[in-house]
Design a protein around this ligand. Structure first.
Ligand SMILES: Nc1ncnc2c1ncn2[C@@H]1O[C@H](COP(=O)(O)OP(=O)(O)OP(=O)(O)O)[C@@H](O)[C@H]1O
Ligand SMILES: [Mg+2]
Length: 605
């Protein structure tokens, strides 16, 4: 079967995709496909029988006036249609289940692959767009396999059976009728090429439409506050108009398969009537043979129609399959080296040695950064916004690979150890607290999945989160809204701190949130953090003076370089330094008595 299409696809790349889809799936579905095909073969057989029996109806019943045969044929027709009904039921059921299984399996497989992909993949692909694409392409993959089986088992077998009937009735007339087929195939191939191009654009545009809708839902407050409704509607209008245009082109290409099929079918059947009529009238052939042949020819054009339009829609599914494989084939970066060992954590000293890093080639974000974070101590990174502080936190977790330099934990190069062992020793609180679909309890428990409820609650208490959690409508079982939308900024932060407390990892990476909190929240978050940082190796990106002053060592990061380092007191002594300047414009000013009299933060940096 696959041979058939490979040769007619006209493109090596296409047959490669098809081959891959088939080799990946045939073993698993062979049994179901075989049963489905067998049942469909019964359906095909019943169609052929209907044509074949016409000869006896005409010759024996109408010409021969044989009533006995009429009853017999009637009974046979009833039996055959009953079998046909049951076979259709069975085939739809069996193949439908396969289709659903194909969807579920490719969803799992795509998700598993996405989980392995590096952070950078997600930074360069908008999530809602990705989801839209995956969904469309998986449905395409399902259609590809299922239509393949249905069309080949039902339509091709029906065609073969009917051609068999035709040839057995009248070989000469069969050849005359079927001569139009090669011409039809040629026309279809031209349409296939057009379809290939448009199908890809269609997926792309549809994904953009769905991603616009998702993003609007996620950012609804900003949308309303900035009265962005009109701009966004215009944007969506344009997108949907383009998508509509693309889809119309697909409709047009699909529709274009019809006229040639119908015209050629008309020509072939007209030939049968003319040629057969001539033979019956002039040459005295039996009329039953002509009727049966005519019935077979007419019935044969239905599967031919389906096969030819299938060839074009099949192209669309192949495009989906190819796009899905592009995602599945995205190479996994930051994967473990073959010889990777687990991290052997001792004291937990972290050392960045001459790190140079860029997100895009040629645009250095970090330039020969060297930082040593002693075991059990707190090291603070401060500096203006965009300086590269969060990037450093990402690199320590190996979300990206460095361009130059090494990161060592207790002397072990993190690029040579397993990512899982590295990350399981790290508690991470990100700059933007992230909550997942599920309850508050679930969200804290991600820190340590085997923790029991008591441990989760203890962590929440330490993170100063317990109080507000029990005030929620369902307490710990309250579902968090999308991206934590129904919690305040400070509450979300405390939940992510609770998650890190529960993890109880020896290394702590803390990217302090820059969003302003009210005094009360800030004090609570601060207390939570202080507990967390106690006696762990902590690297904290600090924006609040209270955190900065508690640090054992401070590194000032500016435009990707370490520009100053030292303790708070030492750095303050350099009156003209970056740190002192930052302090001047943003840090709290502390008079000699140590009392805070203004409350300001470094603006976002
Ligand atoms: N995923 C990314 N892809 C490309 N560039 C990025 C990415 N993330 C950050 N950058 C760029 O890298 C630079 C450093 O960003 P980074 O987030 O590390 O700064 P930061 O010091 O944490 O700033 P802030 O104090 O505002 O959080 C910035 O110029 C930023 O635009
Ligand atoms: Mg940052």
């Amino acid at each position: 079967m696959s041979k058939n299409l490979e040769t007619s696809s006209g493109s090596g790349e296409n047959s490669a995709i098809l081959k891959r889809v088939l080799t990946e799936n045939w073993r698993r579905y062979l049994g179901s496909f075989a049963i489905g095909a067998l049942l469909l073969a019964l359906v095909s057989g019943s169609t052929a029988f209907t044509a074949w029996i016409v000869r006896d109806i005409v010759n024996d019943v109408f010409v021969g006036q044989d009533l006995q045969t009429a009853y017999l044929i009637a009974a046979a027709i009833f039996a055959v249609f009953t079998i046909r009904g049951l076979a259709l039921y069975g085939s739809i059921y069996v193949l439908g289940r396969v289709a659903n299984n194909i969807v579920a399996r490719y969803q799992r497989r795509t998700y598993a692959h996405l989980l392995k992909l590096g952070v950078e993949y997600f930074k360069s692909n908008r999530s809602a767009y990705l989801v839209g694409q995956i969904n469309q392409n998986i449905l395409g993959m399902r259609n590809l396999l299922n239509n393949f089986v249905t069309v080949f088992a039902r339509d091709l077998l029906t065609l073969i059976a009917l051609v068999g009937v035709m040839v057995s009735l009248d070989p000469v007339m069969s050849i005359a009728t079927l001569l139009v087929l090669p011409l039809l195939a040629f026309i279809m191939l031209r349409l296939v090429k057009r379809m290939r191009k448009v199908a890809r654009q269609e997926v792309d545009l549809n994904s953009k439409v769905s991603s616009s809708i998702v993003e609007t839902a996620q950012g609804i407050e900003i949308v309303k506050s900035f009265t962005m409704e009109e701009i966004l509607s215009d944007k969506l209008y344009n997108l949907t108009r383009n998508a509509e245009g693309r889809s119309n082109r697909i409709v047009k290409i699909s529709a274009k398969t019809k006229p040639p099929t119908e015209i050629l079918a008309g020509f072939a059947i007209a030939s049968v009537v003319a040629l057969g009529g001539y033979r019956v009238v002039e040459l005295g052939h039996d009329p039953g043979g002509l009727f049966a042949f005519l019935t077979a020819a007419m019935l044969a054009y239905e599967p031919i129609r389906k096969l030819s339009s299938f060839r074009v829609s099949f192209e669309r599914s192949l495009v989906n399959a190819r796009m899905l494989y592009e995602i599945l084939d995205t190479p996994i970066k930051q994967g473990d080296l073959p010889a990777a060992k687990d991290l052997d954590l001792k004291a937990g000293t972290i050392e960045l040695k001459d790190i140079t890093f860029s997100y895009y080639p040629g645009e250095k974000v970090l330039d020969r950064i060297s930082i040593k974070a002693p075991a059990g101590k707190t090291t603070a990174l401060v500096g203006p916004s965009g300086g590269g502080k969060s990037t450093i936190i990402s690199l320590i977790q190996r979300f990206f690979d460095t361009d130059k330099g090494k990161i060592l934990i207790d002397g072990q190069d993190i690029s040579k150890i397993t990512a899982a062992s590295l990350r399981s020793n790290i508690g991470y609180v990100s700059q933007q607290p992230m909550l997942f679909e599920g309850s508050i309890m679930d969200n804290i428990r991600f820190g340590r999945p085997d923790a029991d409820d008591q441990h989760v609650i203890k962590a929440a208490k330490l993170a100063q989160a317990h109080q507000f959690i029990v005030e929620q409508p369902d307490g710990y079982d309250t579902q968090v809204g999308e991206l934590g939308g129904n919690l305040s900024g400070g509450q979300r932060q405390r939940l992510s701190i609770a998650r890190a407390i529960l993890r109880d990892a020896p290394i702590l990476l803390l990217d302090e949130a820059t969003s302003a909190l009210d005094n009360e929240s800030e004090k609570l978050v601060q207390q939570a953090l202080e507990y967390l940082m106690k006696s762990r190796t902590t690297i904290v990106v600090a924006h609040r003076l209270s955190t900065i002053r508690n640090a054992d060592r401070i590194f000032v990061i500016d435009r990707g370089r370490v520009v100053e380092e030292g303790t708070h007191a030492a750095l303050m002594r350099k009156r003209t330094g970056v740190y002192a300047k930052l302090h001047g414009i943003g840090f709290e000013t502390i008079p000699a008595n140590g009392k805070v009299n203004t409350r300001k933060k470094v603006s976002n940096g």
